[in-house]
Design a binder for this molecule. Structure first.
Ligand SMILES: [Zn+2]
Length: 185
């Protein structure tokens, strides 16, 4: 995968940073940072031979570089993890187990940051925040069941709770998600 042409943060004015920033380790991939030509205004990142290769403009400060590399590594690892979760399969088997309708589609959302999931009742499309790629499967299941339940009852209330509370780990999962929400991102 490749993330190209991402606009860098504020152009740096410090010309004294080193030309080669070297390597560092992310949780899975080594990261190689290459400072490119002065005229180059874009940053890019892709995985080359198991290394996340990040190209940044020569004028970027070390602080900007660190922030950009962190963001990019996080995005790449989220993508990798989200590819390893069979969201549709989970939704299908949970729908069967809890006698709920199957969604028309269920996909990861990269933009959804405030909510764990959303359900468009009309179209039957469910979106799950990719912040959940890191949570244990039983927590993800809780969110999926919640969204599947919205296909039956659009609003929250006692009737809705009666459906989702059939999941034995509902309360524990809710607590887990509250703790994750409090974590600074
Ligand atoms: Zn809801």
């Amino acid at each position: 995968m490749a993330i190209e042409n991402v606009a860098p943060s504020d152009p740096a004015r410090d010309p004294s940073h080193p030309a080669v920033s070297g390597r560092r380790m992310s949780s899975r991939y080594p990261v190689e940072v290459i400072r490119s030509d002065r005229r180059n205004k874009t940053v890019s990142a892709k995985i080359v031979d198991g290394v996340i290769r990040v190209r940044i403009p020569a004028w970027m400060t070390a602080a900007d570089e660190a922030k950009f590399v962190d963001d990019v590594v996080q995005r790449i690892e989220r993508e990798r993890k989200s590819n390893s979760v069979n969201l549709e399969g989970r939704a299908r088997s949970l729908a069967k187990e809890y006698a709920l309708p199957e969604p028309e589609s269920i996909t990861w959302s990269k933009v959804q940051r405030q909510r764990w999931g959303s359900c468009s009742v009309g179209s039957g499309d469910i979106r799950i925040s990719d912040r959940l790629v890191d949570v244990p499967p039983w927590v993800l299941d809780h969110v999926i069941i919640h969204e599947l339940a919205h296909l039956v009852i659009p609003h929250h209330g006692p009737e809705f709770d009666a459906i989702v509370d059939r999941y034995p780990l509902a309360e524990r999962a809710t607590g887990y998600l509250m703790a994750v929400s409090d974590r600074p991102r």
